[in-house]
Design a protein around this ligand. Structure first.
Ligand code: G6P
Length: 578
């Protein structure tokens, strides 16, 4: 995680870098800092907490060469000494780093002459670089051969050198339209600042001068790189509420509509040029995207295509047997989750058919897979994914219809679904009631079980309540032992064929003193239940309908508990380290 932004320009690079860091805050917000050059001396300013604190501290400052960083702590506590940038002991080089140096302990023990000022792996890296021979580029290249792990790094020296390089973690560089150059972790930072950009590949380096960017490979040889055109980024949000999360939930209907229109108007499925018959589909993802992949697999199975779902961090080191006849779909909002990217690389190297399902134009996953199913959810800022999740589920459903040959036939029905899409909120009284329970469980069967998983993830990540989801048929195999009068079981029930089975499970919970909250579109009356009534819709698309009030449950609970739902502790939106 962590975001880096570095700039050399005649303009005030401090402002450009701080603005860039604000756009990168989704990658971590434990601390932030900049280094800049003043009279051949490197000066550094750091703050703990969000970028706004740094912004206050650098107010009025002017510098041409600046490197900046927003941190998600990996090594070392959230303290100012561990915030980036890190200076080498000689104070001649400053570094910002995104990634993890896995062998930093071994390297640190070899650097016995250094007095380390932080607990980070990154400070080891900057000292390693400083102790190498040659100019800044050569030092960096030599040191990079000694480190294991991942890095996107920007370096400045007290002589005014500006060098960047990367392995595994993303890094982009560009000439700015108003003059100068910038390096950053996310192309989005360059939006409205540049018209073209360069993507650094692993073990590529660049030396940046005000009007020139030179690229080098790991042998220090100059290489030529082609630039790519910036794609237009959507507005952050068309709806403005107090929190990004609320705006983003409320945007769901609009973004589903845009997604559907684009899929009909742009022949996206046809343009993929996929083989006529797909014999198997494997979906790989992390977090919320993994949950949409679970639903996708259900949809593909209904289209008579065997489908399997994998958590990316498990798949990458597992013993999966790859199938040349299968299609591998990598689902990711950001398109830069480290584990998902690693899996795509493995599959691509083994010549599997790969497809990226992402919400971010130009993202790394798209570049690896080449074939892309876009979601049109627009930029998502809140760490907890909401509208992007709904769009992922929708696109996977549309794709299953396409593979079944029914996509165009069902145009009217799909348009009707979007036009009639209703938001179900959850009233405050119900939220208060939920918050009185010490133990919260989410249950459901089949598609509703996936909704239970996603609802539970939403609640825990922004309220820190210890809750979990379980397939209701599994309750008897252990979890029922936890049920008592302090337990609330939130049961999702939207599928007719398993309705009665679920109700029997709920009886078993009540018999043990547990309280039930039923989230359903069916008229199931039981005066002991708390109820959250859902609108009716197409059964297969009910997961998109039923998740909305559960997203609101998480949001409202978080606010009532006094937290910031957009920036939950310990988390970041893009998980760019494994
Ligand atoms: C983080 C985010 C989640 C997201 C997951 C996968 O954990 O907080 O909201 O679902 O990463 O991210 P991706 O960008 O690959 O969908």
């Amino acid at each position: 995680m962590c975001g880096i932004c570095a700039c050399l320009s005649k303009q005030n690079s401090v402002q450009l870098v701080v603005d860039g860091l604000k756009k990168l805050e989704y990658r971590g917000y434990d601390s932030a800092g900049i280094s800049y050059l003043e009279n051949n001396e490197i000066r550094t300013i750091k703050t703990v907490g969000e970028i706004c604190h740094l912004e206050e501290k650098v107010n009025g400052l002017f510098a041409n060469l600046v490197i900046g960083h927003t941190r998600w702590a990996t090594h070392g506590a959230v303290e100012e000494k561990n915030a980036h940038p890190h200076l080498s002991m000689s104070n001649k080089i400053s570094l910002v780093h995104n990634g993890i140096i896995e062998n930093y302990k071994a390297l640190k023990s070899e650097l016995s002459t250094i007095n380390f000022r932080s607990d980070t792996d990154s400070e080891v890296f900057v000292n390693l670089i400083d102790l190498e021979e040659g100019d800044l580029l050569q030092k960096f290249i030599h040191a990079s051969k000694k480190v294991q792990g991942s890095f996107a790094v920007a370096l400045i020296s007290d002589k005014g050198d500006f060098v960047v390089g990367k392995r595994e973690s993303p890094l982009y560089v560009a000439h700015l339209s108003d003059g100068g150059v910038m390096a950053t972790s996310d192309v989005y930072v360059l939006n409205n600042l540049a018209t073209n950009f360069f993507t650094l590949k692993d073990d590529e380096f660049a030396v940046l001068k005000e009007n020139e960017i030179s690229f080098y490979n790991k042998n220090g040889e100059k290489i030529h790189k082609k630039c790519e055109k910036m794609q237009k980024f959507d507005k952050i949000s068309a709806i403005f509420e107090k929190t990004h999360m609320k705006s983003e939930i409320l945007e769901t209907k609009n973004v589903l509509k845009t997604t559907l229109e684009n899929y009909f108007n742009q022949n996206i499925f046809e343009n993929l040029n996929l083989p006529k018959k797909i014999k198997e589909i494997n979906l790989i993802a992390c977090g919320t995207a993994y949950h949409s992949a679970l639903l996708g697999a259900e949809y593909f199975k209904r289209a008579s295509i065997p489908a399997h779902v994998y958590v990316a961090s498990e798949f990458r080191y597992g013993n999966e047997i790859l199938n040349k006849n299968a299609l591998y779909i990598f689902v990711s909002q950001s398109g830069e989750t480290a584990d998902t990217i690693a899996c795509a690389k493995i599959c691509k190297e083994k010549k599997m058919k790969c497809l990226a399902l992402t919400n971010t134009p130009n993202c790394f996953l798209n570049q690896i897979c080449k074939k892309v199913l876009p979601t049109f959810a627009g930029r998502e800022i809140a760490v907890a994914s909401t509208k992007a999740y709904s769009c992922q589920v929708f696109v996977l459903f549309l794709f299953s219809l396409y593979l079944k040959g029914e996509f165009y036939q069902l145009k009217n029905l799909l348009e009707e679904f979007v036009a009639d899409f209703k938001f179900t909120d959850i009233n405050d009284k119900l939220v208060d009631e939920v918050l009185t329970y010490k133990k919260i469980f989410f249950v459901g069967r089949e598609e509703d079980y996936v909704t239970a998983l996603e609802a539970s993830l939403k609640l825990k990540e922004i309220t820190y309540i210890n809750c979990f989801a379980i397939a209701s048929g599994e309750l008897k195999h252990g979890t029922l032992a936890l049920i008592d009068k302090n337990s609330l079981v939130i049961a999702i029930c939207t599928q007719e064929k398993i309705k009665d089975k679920l109700i029997s499970n709920l009886e078993e919970i009540e018999a043990r003193g547990g309280k039930i909250m039923l989230v359903s579109n069916f008229d199931i009356r039981d005066e002991n239940y708390l109820t959250l009534k859902l609108p009716n819709s197409f059964p297969l698309l009910m997961p998109i309908v039923s998740i909305i009030p559960l997203q609101f449950l998480a949001l409202k609970s978080s606010e009532k508990l006094g937290y910031n739902p957009d920036k939950p502790r310990n988390l970041a939106k893009s998980v760019t380290v494994e």
